[in-house]
Design a protein around this ligand. Sequence first.
Ligand code: SF4
Ligand code: SF4
Length: 438
Amino acid sequence: MSFTTFQLGGIHPPERKELVAASAIEEMKSPQKVIIPLSQHIGAPCKASVEVGQEVKAGQVIGAPEGFVSAAVHSSIGGKVAAFESVLMPIGRMVPAIVVERPANRQDEAWHPAQDDKDYLKRSPDELKSRIKAAGIVGMGGATFPTHVKISPPKEKPIDAVIINGAECEPYLCADHRVMLESPEPVIEGLKILMTVLGVSKGYVGIEANKPDAVERMLEAAKGANIEVRTLQIKYPQGAEKMLIKSILDREVPAGGLPMDVGVVVQNVGTAYAIYEACRYGKPLIERVVSVTGGGVNNPKNLRVKVGTPISQLIESCGGLKSSAGKVISGGPMMGFAFFDLNTPVTKGTSGIVVLEDKDATGNDKYYNCIRCGRCVEACPMGLMPLMLSLYSEKGHYADAKDYKLFDCFECGSCTYVCPANRPIVQQIKLAKTQVKP
Ligand code: SF4
Ligand code: SF4
């Protein structure tokens, strides 16, 4: 059977999903200490709203948003504010963070719902939006854009479709797959909430064909609603917003534009689940599902973990690193970032921890001249000329790279993956973007 997909470019890296695809989500024990970064989202960092020594409960706001494009952060455990410190994030940036510790002799005090509003779909769009905002929800697929902003498009950009992104096209990762399998109803309810907020009558769920069991569960959960569950061809980067919109609705987001420019809002599976919990129970975003996987970890698992838990503890819960472990990546191997420090905490956007074996973790330290083979051009889903971006960046001619639509690149890494000269194209593009303004 042939399934829909985007037409331009795309690649087929080994999926490696079998490591955790059949592993049910395990609840990870609540840690004694969490490190909560004040900036886990795109936009203004939060301002600490607690003091050192103060007692806090699980789910209490400890960082208040500064401005509209920002998202509150909450303590994920009950305990005492132990310190303010800076923490190194996978993108290489130091970010202020709040450390909360629970005394060794104290039991974990889990978060309890303050409400059970079964009639959430009868609430006004503004009320639902304010619950989503209060819960500090951001895009959990890795983009971390504050959700309350994404669902507040300007009047001149009417929305007529909401898509739940269940593609999970990054190799290895299975967190969204497991959420769809184990909790399909909450995900569909999250979609219905989004449709209510945006005044949209038709919703979509896009799932790659390598997850037929998830397609089945979501179809079942969506019965009776005006929601279409669409199976998509397996092709990276199928889960990128622009590709997903093209695949499902055959609409093209213009260069430099956003999904709202073509009447669409896209949210990821984990985000839809969090939206349901926020609107029904008032639950803040204090935990998430993370796939801890790859050939370099002893027992790969899907874990539900508290935001702020150090990565080292997730790896420990999975039996530790193998002696062959070469690189630990936040997110998937295509768009993720290598960790510098395993004390870095899980954030709202951490969809996976992939531990590659040394033999698979080859760096781009030795690369060669471009042989003009054109493979990167064929692979680019944005129709760009990655070779030119790479060459201009290498020579320091960043303004020339801009002329080749530098800022249309969303750093999917497809060009780098196919380059026979092993050129670090996406790294050179990222460098160029730091040197010129859009
Ligand atoms: S990283 Fe950028 S240039 Fe390379 S394939 Fe992806 S979108 Fe195209
Ligand atoms: S794939 Fe590599 S070698 Fe081929 S054209 Fe692109 S940059 Fe040059």
